[in-house]
Design a protein around this ligand. Structure first.
Ligand SMILES: NC(=O)c1ccc[n+]([C@@H]2O[C@H](COP(=O)([O-])OP(=O)(O)OC[C@H]3O[C@@H](n4cnc5c(N)ncnc54)[C@H](OP(=O)(O)O)[C@@H]3O)[C@@H](O)[C@H]2O)c1
Length: 262
C-alpha cells in the first residue's frame, strides 16, 4: 500500500511510533525513524531490514526545530521527497497523572499542552513546507480519548490531546488546497504497550483499583467491551497514509471502539 512512499516517524522508539514504522516498512515505504535515543532506533532499523524493509535511524529531538529541519533536508537529499510525517511523540506524564485539578501546579497543566502542541506543530509545518512544494503528502499524529471526554486525574493531558485535534483541522484547511492531507488517529487504550501500565500506576493509589479492575473498567466503556490491539491502529494508519485514504483530511479517526461518539 505504501510502495514508493517516503515516511518519517517521530518518537519512533516508543510503542506506537515503532509499530507504525514497522507497518509502513512492511507495506513498502522507505521509513526514516527518529527519536532522542539512537540505540532502540538502530535496533528497529536492523530488525526491519532483516524482514526486507527499508528503515534508517537518526537521533532527532522532536522539539528542536533546527534538528527536525536538518533531518528533513537529509531525507529529501537521500530519498528525493517526503510523503508521510507521523508524530508519535509521547511526553512522560508520571508527574501529572493521579493529581486532582484543584491540587495541580500550573506547569503540570501547561507542560503537556506546550510539549505536545509544539512537537506536532514543528514536525508538521517543516514537513508541510516540503510537501506543498511537491504538491502531495500526508501529515499524521496520535491523540487519545481524553481529547473528547472528561476523564479524571490526567492534568493537562486532555487539553493537549484536544489541542492536537484542533491543530489537525487548522493545518488541513490551509494545506489541503496544496495537496497535503492532515489526519489524526485517536486510539483506545492498548494494554500491550507499557504506556497503559505506566498510566495506571499513579492512578492505582488514587483509585484503589487493581490492574485487572482498571482494564475491566476501560473495556466496559467501549461498545466492543474490550481494549484495542496495536495492529488495529497500524492497519488504519497504513490505510490513511496510503493513496486509498485520499478522502480523509482535517479529521481525527475515532478508534475508541465506540466509547466516544463522533
Ligand atoms: N499506548 C496507548 O495505548 C495509547 C492509547 C491512546 C493514546 N496514546 C498516546 O499516543 C502517544 C504515543 O504513545 P506510546 O504508547 O507510543 O508512548 P511511548 O511508548 O511512551 O512513546 C513515546 C515516545 O516519544 C518519545 N519522545 C518523547 N519526547 C520526545 C522528543 N522531544 N523528541 C523525540 N521523541 C520524543 C519517547 O522517547 P524517549 O525515550 O526519548 O523519551 C518515546 O519513545 C502518547 O501521546 C500517548 O498518550 C497511547
Amino acid at each position: 500500500m505504501l510502495k514508493g512512499k517516503v515516511a518519517v516517524v517521530y518518537g519512533a522508539s516508543g510503542a506506537i511510533g515503532s509499530a507504525v514504522a514497522r507497518a509502513f516498512a512492511g507495506e513498502g515505504a522507505q521509513v526514516f525513524v527518529t527519536g532522542r535515543r539512537l540505540a532502540p532506533l538502530q535496533a528497529l532499523a536492523a530488525e526491519a531490514g532483516s524482514a526486507g524493509g527499508s528503515v534508517r535511524a537518526a537521533e532527532v529531538d522532536a522539539l528542536d526545530e533546527r534538528a527536525i529541519d536538518a533531518h528533513l533536508s537529509n531525507v529529501v537529499e537521500q530519498a528525493g521527497r517526503v510523503d508521510i510525517s507521523f508524530n508519535a511523540v509521547g511526553v512522560p506524564n508520571a508527574k501529572i497523572l493521579g493529581v486532582p485539578l484543584v491540587d495541580l501546579e500550573l506547569e503540570q497543566l501547561s507542560g503537556p499542552l506546550t510539549s505536545y502542541t509544539a512537537s506536532y506543530f514543528l514536525t508538521a509545518r517543516l514537513a508541510a513546507r516540503r510537501m506543498v512544494a511537491q504538491r502531495s503528502g500526508v501529515i499524521m499524529t496520535v491523540t487519545a480519548l481524553h481529547a473528547r471526554m472528561g476523564l479524571p486525574l490526567v492534568g493537562g493531558y486532555g487539553l493537549a490531546m484536544a489541542t492536537k485535534e484542533a491543530l489537525t483541522r487548522q493545518l488541513s484547511v490551509e494545506l489541503a488546497p496544496h495537496g497535503v492531507r492532515v489526519v489524526g488517529l485517536r486510539p483506545y487504550a492498548m494494554p500491550e504497550t507499557p504506556t497503559i501500565r505506566n498510566a495506571f500506576e499513579p492512578r492505582a493509589k488514587a483509585t484503589g483499583m487493581s490492574w485487572e479492575q482498571w482494564q475491566e473498567t476501560l473495556a466496559a466503556r467501549t461498545h466492543a467491551r474490550r481494549l484495542m490491539k496495536l495492529a488495529e491502529l497500524t492497519n488504519m494508519a497504513t490505510f490513511l497514509a496510503s493513496d486509498r485514504g485520499s478522502g480523509m483530511t482535517g479529521t481525527t479517526v475515532n478508534l475508541t471502539l465506540g466509547s466516544v461518539d463522533d
